[in-house]
Design a protein around this ligand. Structure first.
Ligand SMILES: C[S@@+](CC[C@H](N)C(=O)[O-])C[C@H]1O[C@@H](n2cnc3c(N)ncnc32)[C@H](O)[C@@H]1O
Length: 216
C-alpha cells in the first residue's frame, strides 16, 4: 500500500485533538515559546487541532536541551507547535529538520518560525526516511505515520547512540478510528521488544514512549 493510501486509511483524529490544558486541576505557570500562541491561532483558522500540548512540549524541550550541537529530526511538522518547544531546548549549534507532506499546514510554521537552526522539508515522511537512511539523529520526534506505524525500524536505525526516539498519542481517545487501538498496541509491543534501546512508557500528556539507543 502506498504511503498516501495508508494515510487515507487512517483518520487524522487518531492523533487526538490536543490543546493546552491544566494538569490534574492545578494551574501551573509554564513559560511558553513566544511564537506558540500565534501558531495555534493560525492552525485553528485551518481547523488543524493536532498541535502538541504543553506537557509534550515541555518534554521535548527538556530532552532537546540535553544535546550539545545536536542533530534533530521531526516527522510531521504540523503547524510548528512542537518545533517552538524543541527550539527552546536546542543550543545555538544544534539543528532541526522538520518534515511534513502538507504544505498548507507547514506554511504556518514557515511563516512564523524564523530561526536558521530549522530546515523545513515538504515531503512524504516515508520518502524522506528512504532517502536519508544513512543519517543519524540525536533526537527523533516521530509525530506522523511514517517512522511510527510504518518505516519504524528504518526510523529507529537513524537514532544515534545515546539519542532519543519519541512518540506520543498512545493513550486511547474516543475519536480513534476502528482498529487504531490494535495498531497502537502492536507498536507498544514492538517498542518493548527492542534490544538496542531502553524505553519508558509515560502516562503523561497524550501517552508517550521515550526510547534511548544504548551506547555500546
Ligand atoms: C500530529 S500532526 C504533527 C503535529 C506537530 N508535530 C506538533 O506537535 O505540533 C501530524 C502531521 O503529520 C502530517 N502527515 C501525515 N502523513 C504524513 C506523511 N506520510 N509524511 C509526512 N507528514 C505527514 C499531517 O499533515 C500532520 O500535519
Amino acid at each position: 500500500m502506498l504511503a498516501s493510501q495508508k494515510k487515507a486509511a487512517m483518520s487524522s483524529t487518531d492523533f487526538g485533538s490536543r490543546t493546552n490544558s491544566r494538569r490534574q486541576g492545578r494551574m501551573i505557570l509554564i513559560m511558553q515559546p513566544p511564537e506558540l500562541n500565534e501558531i495555534i491561532q493560525k492552525a485553528q483558522q485551518l481547523r488543524f487541532t493536532m498541535n502538541c500540548d504543553i506537557e509534550t512540549g515541555q518534554l521535548l524541550r527538556t530532552l532537546a536541551s540535553s544535546k550539545r550541537a545536536g542533530t534533530f529530526l521531526e516527522l510531521g511538522t504540523g503547524a510548528g507547535a512542537s518545533i517552538t518547544w524543541i527550539l527552546e531546548g536546542m543550543d545555538s549549534q544544534s539543528r532541526l529538520v522538520s518534515v511534513e507532506m502538507d504544505d498548507s499546514i507547514q506554511s504556518i510554521a514557515r511563516s512564523i518560525i524564523k530561526d536558521e537552526r530549522v530546515e523545513f522539508v515538504t515531503e512524504d515522511g516515508s520518502i524522506f526516511i528512504e532517502q536519508n537512511k544513512g543519517k543519524k539523529f540525536d533526537l527523533i520526534f516521530a509525530d506522523t505515520w511514517p517512522g511510527k506505524f510504518y518505516h519504524l525500524e528504518e526510523a529507529l536505525e537513524m537514532v544515534a547512540e545515546g539519542g532519543f526516539y519519541i512518540i506520543d498519542d498512545l493513550n486511547p481517545v474516543d475519536s480513534w478510528s476502528l482498529g487504531h487501538g490494535d495498531k497502537v498496541q502492536s507498536l507498544r509491543m514492538k517498542m518493548r521488544g527492542l534490544h538496542d534501546f531502553r524505553i519508558v512508557e509515560l502516562n503523561w500528556s497524550t501517552g508517550l514512549i521515550v526510547a534511548t539507543r544504548r551506547t555500546k
